[in-house]
Design a protein around this ligand. Structure first.
Ligand SMILES: [Mg+2]
Length: 177
């Protein structure tokens, strides 16, 4: 069986949506929701605001209640019939996220066994045929075939095969009949 590895934030989980709502509700900002669809947080926010957001992300509980991306659960479940599914998340950046992320996966993707969950730093360590990730730097570090999951911070990239949602993932990886 081919091995298919999935990133969590902004692939399985809609982390960006949660960050945007924090910025819109809690930060002083004249930005509009639409701005965050076409530009990265890094481009839009002041460095002080980015530091504040980083702190929020490292608070216990932040990663516990994030919305699942549309169609992700059903598609990953279908994929698990044809691929060995792994989850690889660069959780080391936010050490308080470990338990929240683990619980989140168990809650929404309980069919993925604990043995297939990898909390990592650098994704070059991942040995897999495919990696679906929203960060070009992670795909660059990866040795198999990288698939870019569209996000506001990667719209310019032309290097990788791209999927915009989980319907696209299904189209690419499932037999469709
Ligand atoms: Mg990600």
């Amino acid at each position: 069986m081919l091995r298919l590895t999935l990133d969590m934030d902004d692939v399985m989980a809609d982390t960006h949506e949660k960050l945007v709502s924090i910025v819109l509700n809690d930060f002083q900002s004249t930005l509009d929701k639409k701005d965050f669809e076409v530009k990265s947080l890094r481009e839009l926010l002041h460095p002080k605001q980015l530091t504040r957001l980083h702190k929020v992300m490292n608070e216990p509980g932040f990663f516990a209640n994030i919305q699942v991306k549309k169609d992700a659960v059903e598609t990953v479940y279908k994929l698990s019939r044809f691929y060995e599914i792994y989850v690889a998340t660069a959780a080391m950046e936010f050490p308080n996220s470990f338990k929240d992320k683990f619980d989140w996966l168990h809650k929404h993707f309980d069919f993925i066994p604990w043995s297939n969950i990898v909390f990592c730093g650098h994704k070059s360590i991942i040995h897999s045929d495919y990696l679906i990730d929203d960060h070009v730097r992670n795909l660059n570090a990866f040795k198999g075939e990288g698939i870019l999951f569209t996000a506001a911070h990667n719209l310019q990239d032309k290097t990788y095969r791209r999927v915009s949602n989980w319907k696209d993932v299904a189209e690419l990886f499932l037999p469709n009949k």
